[in-house]
Design a protein around this ligand. Sequence first.
Ligand code: NAI
Length: 506
Amino acid sequence: MQSFFHCVGLVGTGAMGRGIAQMAAQAGAKVHLMDAQPGAASGARDALAKTWDSLVGKGKMTQEARDACLARLHVAEAMADLGGCDLVIEAIVERLEVKQGLFKQLEDIVPPETVLVSNTSSLSITAIGAALRRPQRFAGYHFFNPVPLMKVVEVIAGLKTEPSVCERLIGFTKAYGHTPVMAQDTPGFIVNHAGRGYGTEALRVVGERVADFATIDRILRDQIGFRLGPFELMDLTALDVSHPVMESIYHQYYEEPRYRPSVITAQRLAGGVVGKKVGDGFYRYVDGAAQVPAEPAPPQVDELPPVWVSPKAARRQELYQLLKNLDARIETGAAPSEKALILVAPLGMDVTTLAAVERLDATRTLGIDMMLEDSATKRRVLATNPATRPDMRDAAHALFARDGKAVSVVRDSGGFVSQRVVATIVNIAADMCQQGICSPADLDVAVTLGLGYPMGPLAMGDRIGPTNVLEILFNLQTVYGDPRYRPSPWLRRRGALGLSLTHEEV
Ligand code: NAI
């Protein structure tokens, strides 16, 4: 089967269309640029000439390659000029009836074997294809912005798309050095679906006043390795873009609780506090720089109390070792002494419940997040409960900051910030595998390249241990009684059997 497309039509030469045209030309295809707005297509050609000039200037492209690419770019005067194309990519306005109208028009112009694709990010491929006489030659071909830098492309099969069409698109994508991933036609496809967990769960945490925006951003950057915290990310994307996406996916999945948007972003959007581009979002921006509130210094405590660790603590031996390294006085009795600082290390459960169930003195009890080993993180997170005494909070903070490592003290919640956010991300990804939206391998690749996460969600689940992720979710469900935490069957079965999340069933 021939995978390469020799002549590519691009309809819509805005931000996306010109990036896609650049890739097609660099792959060696002849490209016809078409836009409804007079002058837009030739403007796109001029802009691409500048882009290639700058690549030549940086030594990333030869002058000959630049000249050859530019010679392959043609400005189409009329739709009929696309008649010789074997692939036509649509990147026009995001409206179903306008896209359908365009494809109907194209079907009258191109031969029956020409592949037609849409770069839509939110419309159903099956719905667009329903207007075509031959929907089997139609697919989704979803790029990310900016196209040359975002190296992943989703190839989406509608209900009637012929598999060979997707295979050709996959081959073509590889020709310009991007990574193709294959998705079934479902709301958000892969990347915009898998990305639902991060912001929404962080918003729930902030909505419970567990910690402020800046603290949650620090925790997720330092503990998990996200490049941007969820609130920094929402400020960058801007809420006029991201809040409607949250609402759209939620409604398209018929109010599935896992994707429930937040009143916090709805209100901020209504108030115009949408992010960096207006200078005001979760952070304020002065000359483009976020004004981040300073982190409180660890308290000075003259004499630290002895420390007693609950026998049920997660990673108990590692916690003991950490306490030894910090030169703490460790109590090893069956019960804490009257003076001891009491530590619990829950997975998904809240500190309050553990103190009550284990009959611990809540006034002296704090939680520490041990989901990951201490050496793997750049920050320790402690949680108080409503009864915790200020001197015990300060003692715990001072003790865990002794070696200079960053410490955040947050309020009690089911799980810790990282546990909740990671378990939510893993659970959504597991459910996408359960639904067969894509292969586990494509899911992890798409999220790593499309969202810049430190690792794919399934790899993240395997890193923490599927059984631990399952425990976090079961406990979150108990604490909150909210169906959004119910584990996906994919996770439940693999967690119960101790199998990797990428393990595919026969
Ligand atoms: P844009 O507004 O920069 O460009 C759209 C272009 O299409 C304009 O030049 C416009 O004149 C032209 N156009 C509109 N209707 C047309 C028609 N009926 N026939 C011919 N040309 C027409 O928009 P952008 O950002 O390039 O997005 C285009 C498409 O790509 C949308 O469907 C969008 O959902 C999708 N997309 C956008 C992403 C983004 O981050 N901007 C990411 C992924 C997909």
